[in-house]
Ligand binder design. Structure first.
Ligand code: F6P
Length: 355
């Protein structure tokens, strides 16, 4: 039988045997990723640099060309894109902030903005993206990749730990340690003066920093956005503490708590339980800076490495996470929609241990 006919029969047979999933996978792998862009987007988080380093060096190891996109989507729109080599990420694993800088970019939410961004990626021949950021950044990546068929991998980088599909996000551990360090110091002075301190920590929509740092410092009350705050219950507990002369109290409140921030809470306590000498400390952006903890360096390195492997394997539009200490891949849209859940048991622990 002539070879041409044999080949044609073979092609038809293979086509019949392939499942649609396998066919899709093969198609993706045929669109080989050769030049990747990496960026940091949204609020910065300690460990982002360690992650950029991991992406760049894993990409180079596999023979890819790697580009750094400055200031997240803003740099993509403005063509602020630079080639990265191994030396460009030397000596950054221990540094907070991000050498690629970061921004929250309104223009990327418009089709016109995304078109500009795509044209700039094309100029550099970039055919794969790694986005290190939070849920807002993933939403952008999701829309972009659907519009322009650019494979995107998300890496959760945010101090808030408010993304589903991963036990930890890059920067959270460092932020909690920073908050703990500060609250320990606040407790020293609170103790010296017999004072009540309201400490406000970051977390616009998420109470994880408050919960972890509050438990870690033995806070008397922890207020988080995920649970409706029962102020009357807090006030009556404080009145009872006042009666038994337990004057040193630390209340940790997430900035996005439904009752309000640190100042609102302190004002109410002053009015309703005047026996306390009250001060407020708002920790603010110190929680976003500083040298990343060992844990953040480690997860950043593992996630950065894994993101590049994903692009090469044709596993596209997923967020790389770590669940039970193993790599875990969540479709970008699911990572964006779902939030992590606060354990009821943890709330019980807070109550029991603070009595
Ligand atoms: O990155 C998350 C976060 O730190 C939130 O906890 C906080 O509400 C917000 O960013 C602050 O953002 P910005 O620095 O833009 O004011």
């Amino acid at each position: 039988m002539p070879t041409q006919i044999k080949n044609a029969i073979w092609d038809v047979l293979v086509d019949c045997l392939l499942t649609s999933e396998t066919r899709e996978m093969i198609e993706k792998m045929q669109k080989k990723v050769t030049r990747i862009g990496v960026m940091t987007s949204g609020g910065d988080a300690p460990g982002m640099n360690a992650c950029v380093r991991a992406v760049v060096r894993t990409g180079l190891y596999h023979g890819l060309e790697v580009f750094g996109i400055m200031r997240g989507y803003q740099g993509m729109i403005e063509n602020d894109i630079i080639p990265m080599d191994s030396r460009s990420v030397a000596n950054i694993i221990q540094r907070g902030g991000t050498i690629l800088k970061t921004a929250r970019c309104k223009e990327f939410t418009t089709p016109e903005g995304r078109k500009k961004a795509y044209e700039n990626l094309q100029k550099h021949g970039i055919n794969g993206l790694v986005v290190i950021g939070g849920d807002g950044s993933f939403k952008g990546a999701q829309i972009f990749s659907n519009e322009y068929d650019i494979p995107c991998i998300g890496i959760p980088g945010t101090i808030d730990k408010d993304i589903a599909g991963t036990d930890f996000t890059i920067g959270f551990d460092t932020a909690v340690n920073t908050a703990i360090d500060a609250i320990d110091k606040i407790r020293d002075t609170a103790d010296a003066h017999d004072r009540l301190f309201v400490v406000e920590v970051m977390g616009r929509d998420a109470g994880y920093i408050a919960l972890y740092s509050g438990i870690g410092t033995g806070a008397e009350h922890i207020l988080i956005p995920e649970k409706k705050t029962d102020v009357e219950q807090i006030l009556s507990s404080l009145q009872e503490k006042e009666r038994r002369k337990k004057l040193v109290n630390i209340l940790v409140v997430a900035e996005g708590d439904d009752f309000g921030g640190g100042n609102e809470l302190a004002n109410l306590i002053k009015e309703r339980v005047p026996g306390f000498d009250i001060r407020v400390a708002i920790l603010g952006h110190i929680q976003r800076g500083g040298s990343p903890s060992s844990m953040d360096r480690l997860i950043a390195s593992r996630m950065g490495y894994s993101a590049v492997e994903c692009l090469l394997e044709g596993r596209h539009n997923v967020m790389v996470g770590i669940v039970n200490n193993r790599m875990h891949f969540t479709p970008l849209d699911k990572a964006v929609k779902a939030k992590q859940r606060i354990s009821e048991e943890w709330m019980k622990i807070v109550k029991i241990l603070a009595s």
